[in-house]
Design a protein around this ligand. Structure first.
Ligand SMILES: NC(=O)c1ccc[n+]([C@@H]2O[C@H](COP(=O)([O-])OP(=O)(O)OC[C@H]3O[C@@H](n4cnc5c(N)ncnc54)[C@H](O)[C@@H]3O)[C@@H](O)[C@H]2O)c1
Ligand SMILES: [Zn+2]
Length: 372
């Protein structure tokens, strides 16, 4: 077995660690910064507080970002970067704001539209503006990954794009920022964390450091997601979920995601399911599919977490989905049984080839039928 582990992001973790921003701003020694902010934090005034706190180093806010950010969102951000001669970016928000900022910080180095990079017509440049990522969901781990996930509405595509130039320079993880997440977002993003941890573990490119991170993150989710869901003000549970999120981000960033994420992109595209809920929709099914892969290493993973085997862990995930109001049947998700064949074909996204068990369209049809 051969593997390489690398992780270039400087990580600051802890409640009130947002205060590290001034230290980082001094360290960067740059001016003319852009704050790319989730619209939630512009409307509640927090984005403005950060601008004031930066004492003139952040000069503008960009927040024209939709969930599942589009190539057009990125292009609009790049236009502002160029107009204002922006020297660095601070990104505040969930995965959508972070991915928009990561893509803009890199693609602004070129003259081309973002759609050209998502379609692989052009190669992503190696250089990028310095970026500080500040997540406000406990979900994507985007603050430590080399991936952005973008949608191109003209092509009807939602897809990940990876390049080392997308790594942020700094991640500031302040769990207190997640306290305002509504219940449904808490649950959905929490299942994204669980999906990253499990997919990083069963990825064809799994490796020992990431395996250990997967186990740690999975345990934290099982111990804390329901608690954070039931009481959003429970700072201990929020802290542990933020810890799980960044650790799961590190767990999948190199091995990459697999079958669950392949299906999730299509479920979001066709039925509008939020990313984490789309992952949750098929997560327990993929545990059952992948249970026997590579001599049953997923069974041993599950046993280390106190389950009798991987199937027992899948049962617990289904219970957790029900307890947190996730959609669990085709009907809940608005999927017509007659559309399943098309859904299965569309789910054959490149991530599916990273699944430890080889997946066919027929297997996906059967999987989706079992959700009726
Ligand atoms: N780059 C990566 O490595 C990676 C990994 C997984 C997923 N993703 C992508 O990230 C996106 C999803 O990101 P997400 O799940 O974090 O959700 P999101 O960023 O789309 O946010 C979801 C909703 O929650 C709101 N929100 C965010 N933080 C909040 C807070 N603290 N309080 C109140 N409301 C808040 C947002 O305004 C939005 O309405 C998807 O496009 C997904 O494909 C990226
Ligand atoms: Zn994800």
């Amino acid at each position: 077995m051969e593997w390489v582990y690398t992780q270039p992001v400087k990580i600051f973790f802890g409640s009130k660690k947002l205060m590290n921003l001034s230290r980082i701003l001094r360290e960067l020694n740059l001016k003319n910064g852009l704050l790319v902010s989730d619209p939630f934090f512009t409307s509640n005034g927090f984005a403005n507080e950060i601008i004031e706190y930066s004492k003139g180093l952040l000069i503008e806010v960009f927040s024209d970002i939709t969930p599942n950010p589009t190539v057009d969102n990125v292009d609009a951000c790049i236009q502002l970067i160029k107009e204002k001669n922006i020297e660095f970016i601070a990104a505040l928000g969930g995965g959508s704001a972070l991915d928009c900022a990561k893509a803009a910080a890199t693609i602004c180095m070129t003259e081309y539209p973002t759609a050209d990079f998502l379609s692989s017509k052009r190669n992503v440049p190696k250089e990028h503006l310095p970026l500080i990522a500040i997540p406000t969901t406990a979900g994507t781990g985007s603050e430590v990954t080399a991936t952005v996930v973008l949608s191109d509405i003209n092509r009807g595509v939602k897809a990940p794009l990876s390049s080392d130039s997308f790594y942020p320079n700094y991640a500031i993880i302040d769990p207190a920022l997640t306290l305002s997440m509504p219940k449904h977002t808490t649950a959905s993003t929490g299942f994204d964390v669980l999906s990253h941890a499990l997919e990083g573990f069963w990825s064809k490119h799994h490796q020992p450091i990431c395996d250990a991170l997967s186990l740690h993150a999975t345990k934290l989710v099982f111990d804390n997601l329901l608690r954070a869901y039931e009481d959003g003000n429970d700072l201990y549970a929020r802290e542990r979920m933020s810890e799980a999120s960044v650790i799961a981000g590190l767990a999948f960033s190199l091995p990459m995601t697999a079958g669950v994420h392949a299906c999730s992109y299509t479920l979001t595209n066709m039925y509008g399911l939020p990313h984490g809920e789309a992952c949750a929709f098929v997560l327990d099914k993929f545990i059952r599919i992948n249970a026997e892969a590579e001599d049953g290493r997923l069974h041993s993973f599950a046993r280390q977490l106190g389950f009798t085997d991987a199937f027992d862990m899948a049962d617990r995930i289904l219970e957790l989905k029900k307890a947190t109001g996730m959609k669990v049947t085709l009907e809940d998700a608005g999927i017509d049984i007659h559309d399943i064949e098309n859904l299965a074909v569309m789910s054959m996204h490149p991530d599916i080839f990273n699944n430890p068990i080889r997946i066919s369209v027929e297997m996906l049809i059967e999987m989706y039928q079992s959700l009726a």
